[in-house]
Design a protein around this ligand. Sequence first.
Ligand code: ADP
Ligand code: MG
Length: 254
Amino acid sequence: MTEPMVRAEQVHKAYGTVEVLKGIDLQVQRGEVFCLVGPSGSGKSTFLRCINHLEKINAGRLYVDGDLVGYTEKGGKLHELKDREVARKRRDIGMVFQRFNLFPHMTALENITEAPVKVKGRSKADARGQAMELLERVGLADKAQNYPSQLSGGQQQRVAIARALAMEPKLMLFDEPTSALDPELVGDVLDVMRQLAEDGMTMIVVTHEMGFAREVGDALVFMDGGVVVESGHPREVLTNPQHERTRAFLSKVL
Ligand code: ADP
Ligand code: MG
């Protein structure tokens, strides 16, 4: 069996005395669209932040692409990765947030070429060519020279996706990417994500868009209070939830 893209084994995370993740076990397979749903405060963002090296877990094991997050294992002992090594690992993971946080003083094109040039050392011409292809892919080739303030929220979010893709990640994390958008702009962003899924990208998507989860998702985990309450194929969980907490949540978002 091939190693999953993400493997969490009894992952615990606390902020001070507040336990936020209370033993998360899950696996995200390669090429899968993995939907993470649950009420506000259940620990979804924290879990994504742990995967992306933005938080350290307190107990358990978390692997991305077969490697322990934050550590190397030598002779049965764990050694914390140096900042430089963490930065290298993080390049392989793209993240898209609820708020678009593009660089406001850069055009769409510059937002996308920044990291490939500065971090990966690509030539400017090369990075621009790639950025134009990505803008084409997200339907915004004509907005290359626009600044974020000259784009709608949905367009900014599509640029943010293109910017993440420019680093050629092996895993994309989406944290409620459409929650801050006006309803009429949600569809364009979901279409881009659907296309990305069809192209085979491994994606973890925190979302309240159950239509997307049902149509595009390969797996769905329902989290509440820092634990996985239930999981399965999205259609299965959404049509036939086994737990009262899942039913209560779904009755609010469906
Ligand atoms: P979700 O994304 O599911 O809404 P979060 O992961 O953002 O949940 O938060 C889970 C819990 O952790 C919440 O109770 C939140 O207040 C708490 N929390 C999140 N980040 C921090 C932090 N940096 N310091 C202290 N508590 C935090
Ligand atoms: Mg969140």
